[in-house]
Write a protein that binds this ligand. Sequence first.
Ligand code: GDP
Ligand code: MG
Length: 293
Amino acid sequence: MSDNRSNINWFPGHMRKALNQTAENLKLVDIVFETVDARIPFSSRNPELNQIIGNKPHIILLNKADLADPDKTNEWVQHYRKQGLRAIPIQANRKGGIDNLKKAAEEELSDLLEKAASKGRTGRPIRAMVVGVPNTGKSTLINALAGKKSAVTGDRPGVTRAPKWIKTDSRFELMDMPGVLWPKIQSKRSGIVLVATGAVKEEVIDVLEASYETMKILNSLYPELMSERYKVELPASDDYETFQEMARKRGCLMSGGRIDEDRFARLLLDDLQSGRIGRITLEVPVLKENTDG
Ligand SMILES: Nc1nc2c(ncn2[C@@H]2O[C@H](COP(=O)(O)OP(=O)(O)O)[C@@H](O)[C@H]2O)c(=O)[nH]1
Ligand SMILES: [Mg+2]
């Protein structure tokens, strides 16, 4: 397999510009809503965001919680809490957890809102910006928060203009330009889980390899779910044979009975992304000292 390190900082110029623009826009808001994929909370965050957020109130949204392992999501919430960060599981596409988010944001901003109220500005709108790496659900969250008032489609990154404000059904006003960050691929494993969850396209890591490595991760973390779905016995004595057996059982065969590994590789990732394997989380929290990727 090729060394993918050259892909790690794709288009650094563009990224720097996007980060700078996000930093500029952040000055205009009271609070930041950062979307991460609850299945890969580590790899779907851009660590540079913390630096540009500084002391501004900030809530992490563990989105796609419907696809993630609920126990692990809970562990992540505790993990962030220990770092002084508030995290809330949500399912943006069904508006799940949105009320919790609104309540939490008002709590985070209680001092500021009380101060405004004491100056006669009761019910002052709360201005928020949604940021996150692609595919973590920024647009979906903005639509969920906007309610009936307004709908947004698509990101418009890199366009320099004054942000407009999306009014919502509640006291929130959202910046109409979400902060588009890029995932920082800090390790081979990060690249694999980002491809597996569909967060980054397959040019980072070949799909067959990503799928095979993902199978190994899933077999070790969720052996019951994997044997249930693919009718193999786990733990496996040989990973490659297990991969082939899964493919055979799912009918991924070519003429002459050869196993169509590429077809099964895609099928496995498709199963994972659509939740058919079950609710899975591919990353567990680790102590700060160990977060070297
Ligand atoms: N299962 C599930 N899918 C979601 C959720 N939120 C968003 N999605 C889907 O994830 C994909 C990416 O969402 P999008 O809002 O476009 O992400 P963005 O790139 O950050 O703006 C879309 O197909 C959404 O329908 C969620 O809570 N659960
Ligand atoms: Mg979007």
